[in-house]
Every structure is written in C-alpha cells, then in structure tokens.
Design a protein around this ligand. Structure first.
Ligand code: GDP
Length: 291
C-alpha cells in the first residue's frame, strides 16, 4: 500500500494543477499538496487516510469489518479536489447569506451539501479547515445562549454551496428542529448531509435526533468523526469500531465508510474535500459510484 503512494509522481501532480487551468493559484494548490506528499509514508497515511492508519493496529487475522476502501481516491484525485477548495479570482469562495427559515434561503441551482452536529462538536472548526485555502472566508459562529442560530450559506465557486446548520443540543432554539427538519426535507438540491459526531465521546442522545431525522426522510448522509487528535489510538479505535457497528446495523441511509477528521492536525480533511468534490459532481474518482 505504502509503495503505491511512494510511486506517485509529484511532477505529474504539478501537471494536474496546470491542467486545471486556474493559473497561479492552481499551481500553488498543487505546491501545498506536494508538501504533504513529501512527508514520510507513515505520516502521509496518518494525515490523508486516517482510517487506514488505524488499520495497522488491528490484531492480524482479526480485522474487524471497517469499510476502508469504498471511497478510495488516488492522490491525484485528492490533488484535483484541492483546487475546488482553493479561492482565486476565478473561483470565488465566499459567505453568501444566512437564513432562519427555508423560504429565506438563497434560491441556488448548484448542488448543496450541509453540515449538522450538536453544539461544540467541532463544526465551525471543521468548516474553517475545509476553507483553509480560502482564508478570507469568515465562518460565522454564534455561541451566545439565546442568540438566534441560523443556517449559513457559502458559495464554493461555480462548484457547489456548503451550508452550515445551527448546532443542536439543549440550548438549541425551540424552532431549531422545525428549521432543520424543513430544510432537510424540502431542499431540492441537497446532495448529501454531513453529520458530525465527536470521536472522543461517540454517538450521544442528542446525535440521535439528527440521525433519526436523516433516516426518517431517507436522506443520504455521511458520519464525520471530529477531534480525532484528542484520543489515544486505542480509544479512537474503540470508538470507530462502535460507531461503524452502529452504522452497519442501525442505519439505512448512512454512507458505510466513516470519515475521521481533526481540525487541528488536518488529518482526514483532504479526503473529505475529495469526497465532497465527488458527491457534488465536480470530480470523478475511478470506481466510486454514488447515488
Ligand atoms: P461547534 O460548536 O460545533 O461549531 O464547535 P467548534 O468548532 O467551535 O469547536 C468546539 C471546541 O472544540 C473548540 O474549543 C475547538 O477549539 C475544539 N475543537 C474543534 N475541533 C477540534 C479538533 O479537531 N481537535 C481538537 N483538539 N479540538 C477541536
């Protein structure tokens, strides 16, 4: 496996940037990712494919059924996805507007993805990490209790819209469920919902509200495990296996592969960007079919 990564031709990656045709910014995207590629293979795996890195810790012959390879892009694919998330004059990545009700939401034709999770799960930090190549984007955070929480819409060039949904939990406004429920149920161009779960504590009662909503509306959704830098390997592995078992046995609409991430070390962020680029129809990773 490591050998395949080591064989990757960095020169080819620079060519990918040029092919993408957005001039200097595309080149610098590839340059940034080329730095990732210069990492020793163990560190590269940990950063780009955190699930595979956990695989090393399984007792040989007893490998639990983690769905590691359903979405298995090449590093070239991941480099291409970086360009989607890189702001430039040709690829404007910006905050568009906020809404408290679906009928106040911007009427956009582009594919949309949304991020939901309970307060403090690390949603703003994750969205900031996804937009790290668009440093001018301001991810608005409203944490004051009682402060109205809104859906925030971000335009990612001509590619897609990313929606930051208000965090849920005991301080969520009473109309929260109505707002989120209506959006999830009725938003026509919603391609996928990313449901964030804190990997340190696993699935909590409040997370079940969102899981049940996604299941009830038969939405395709993906579980993203946040803050993976905070746990020991052993604890993280235990949580990942528990959550995987939950996804396999208790859900219908959840994508079988988990996406562990850290907004601090950026582990898993590149892979998640590549998945989003595929889901929104802006990239085609060989062998990956999505409905
Ligand atoms: P939100 O309420 O879901 O938007 O959560 P925030 O993004 O504001 O994060 C809540 C807290 O968790 C903050 O103190 C963050 O610094 C911290 N946090 C978020 N993501 C990570 C992460 O990946 N690793 C670590 N160690 N801390 C994180």
């Amino acid at each position: 496996m490591a050998a395949r990564w080591l064989r990757l031709d960095v020169g080819r990656l620079f060519a990918v940037g040029a092919e993408l045709g957005s001039g200097r910014r595309a080149y610098s995207t590839s340059q940034a990712f080329a730095e990732v590629l210069r990492l020793p293979s163990k560190q590269l795996t940990k950063l780009v494919f955190p699930l595979q890195e956990l695989e090393r810790h399984f007792v040989p012959g007893s490998r639990p059924d983690l769905h590691l390879k359903i979405f298995d892009p090449s590093l070239d694919d991941i480099a291409r996805a970086e360009s989607v998330f890189t702001a430039s004059s040709r690829n404007r990545i910006e905050y568009l507007s906020s809404a408290v009700r679906l009928d106040h939401a911007p009427d956009l034709r582009r594919p949309e993805v949304c991020f939901i999770g309970r307060s403090n799960v690390g949603k703003s930090s994750l969205i900031k990490a996804l937009f790290s190549l668009a440093p001018e984007v301001e991810v608005r955070v409203s944490k004051k209790p009682g402060h109205t929480k809104k859906m925030n819409f971000f335009k990612v060039g001509k590619y897609f819209t990313l929606v930051d949904m208000p965090g849920y939990g005991y301080r969520a406004p009473e109309d929260f469920v109505d707002m989120v429920e209506t959006y999830l149920k009725e938003r026509k161009n919603l391609m996928r919902t990313f449901l964030l779960v804190d990997s340190v504590v696993g699935i909590q009662k409040t997370d079940n509200i969102a899981i049940e909503m996604c299941e009830e509306f038969a939405l395709p959704y993906v579980m993203v495990l946040t803050k993976i830098d905070k746990s020991s390997k052993g604890h993280l592995l235990k949580q990942v296996l528990q959550i995987q078992k939950f996804v396999d046995t208790k859900t219908q609409g959840c994508f079988p592969q988990l996406f562990p991430v850290s907004a601090v070390t950026y582990s898993g962020i590149h892979l998640l960007k590549c998945f989003i680029a595929n889901i929104t129809g802006n990239l085609k990773t060989n062998g990956f079919q999505f409905s």
